[in-house]
Write a protein that binds this ligand. Structure first.
Ligand code: FES
Ligand code: FE2
Length: 349
């Protein structure tokens, strides 16, 4: 099942350096994603029009992307500029072009416009989803980290998991879930413009809230940092938002102590999803703390993965058969409602 005529974040910008090419698996198809020496990203079918070699095994140089088989060179716009074996006197066939997908770069990701029907006008595409807030890349008040992890789970199940806070005390009992309350009804929830949002507040019990803040700080080995009032009245909040087609953002806010996790959930096909995460923290900003922070992100991602990979049916039934959703599944319900509307509009196929 795929959402069409939509923007998907498909790769971390940092993963495709200048002069490199790599494979991209997306909705069961294979693409080559490459970046020219002057920094322009292109995403093209991973098949050379000459004799079908895999372009992702090619090279990127001054002449663009060259095929590993006979060295045809393709430019960022997809056109072949050179066929080495026949010199410059022979014309290059018009069909020697790659037909790339529209792509953009923002929020640290490479995005593609996915419309397998080919009906979208490339010069009249909607804007990217307004993902955020996230820190600017040069904001010295934050430290960021990135990573990827592949799950054997349908991308819609994965999207739902990232919108679903009520699993925290159970799935994440070995990490941050240990201080989450069982009752996690959002105080604010909405669904509009292809986005689902919820906000959850720590209970009004001051000590409980302090415990949560302390727990989070302890989790990051910062319990005794100067200036942190452990009995403070910080209003602990979590903001969780999802933007179709495939990006989620979880923000944990305890006063100045903030963690954000933005993740692109890339549907590779065959029930496999590649999660590209970007973590931002407003504390312990030294690179020396990166190993510790990465280990913690890896750990709670693994906690989710263990459970989400067991879900049956593998693909959620949008019409409500198979799962028994209740009031506390408010965001899952909202997401499925939004997806049913997409299906009615012919955009979920
Ligand atoms: S198959 Fe690519 S140049 Fe021949
Ligand atoms: Fe989780």
């Amino acid at each position: 099942m795929q959402l069409i005529r939509a923007w998907y974040a498909v790769e971390l910008s940092s993963a495709v350096s200048e002069g490199s090419v790599q494979k991209l698996h997306f909705h069961g198809e294979v693409f080559a994603i490459w970046r020219s020496l002057d920094g322009k990203v292109s995403i093209v079918p991973d098949r050379c029009p000459h004799k079908g070699a895999s372009l992702s095994a090619g090279n990127v140089g001054e002449q663009g992307l060259s095929c590993p088989y006979h060295g045809w060179c393709f430019q960022s716009d997809g056109d072949c500029a050179k066929i080495p074996a026949q010199g410059d006197d022979n014309p290059i066939p018009r069909r020697a072009t790659l037909g790339g997908l529209p792509c953009r770069e923002q929020y640290g990701y490479i995005w593609i416009w996915w419309d397998p029907t080919g009906q979208s006008a490339a010069d009249d595409l909607p804007a990217l989803p307004g993902v955020g807030p996230i820190p600017e890349s040069d904001d010295s008040g934050w430290r960021s980290l990135e990573g990827t992890v592949v799950w054997q789970a349908h991308w819609l199940r994965v999207l739902e998991a990232f919108m679903d806070l009520t699993h925290a005390p159970f799935v994440h009992s070995g990490s941050f879930g240990a201080m989450a309350p069982d009752q996690l009804m959002p105080v604010d929830q909405w669904c509009r413009d292809d986005s689902v949002y919820e906000r959850v507040i720590a209970p009004r019990d001051r000590h409980y809230r302090a415990d949560q803040g302390r727990g989070l700080r302890a989790w990051f080995n910062q319990a005794d940092e100067k200036g942190v009032d452990q009995e403070s009245d910080d209003a602990g909040e979590q903001h969780i938002q999802l933007w179709l087609a495939n990006v989620s953002l979880v923000r944990v806010v305890f006063g100045d102590f903030q963690i954000s996790l933005m993740t692109a959930h890339v549907p590779m096909g065959d029930g496999t999803t590649r999660n590209l995460w970007r973590h931002f923290r407003s504390f312990l900003r030294s690179p020396l703390a990166d190993g510790n922070a990465r280990g913690r992100v890896d750990r709670f991602m693994a906690e989710d993965q263990r459970t989400v990979e067991t879900l049956t049916p593998a693909m959620p039934d949008l019409d409500g058969h198979g799962d028994l959703l209740v009031a506390s599944d408010v965001s899952t319900l909202a997401l499925r409602r939004m997806l049913r509307q997409k299906r009615n509009d012919g955009l979920l196929i």
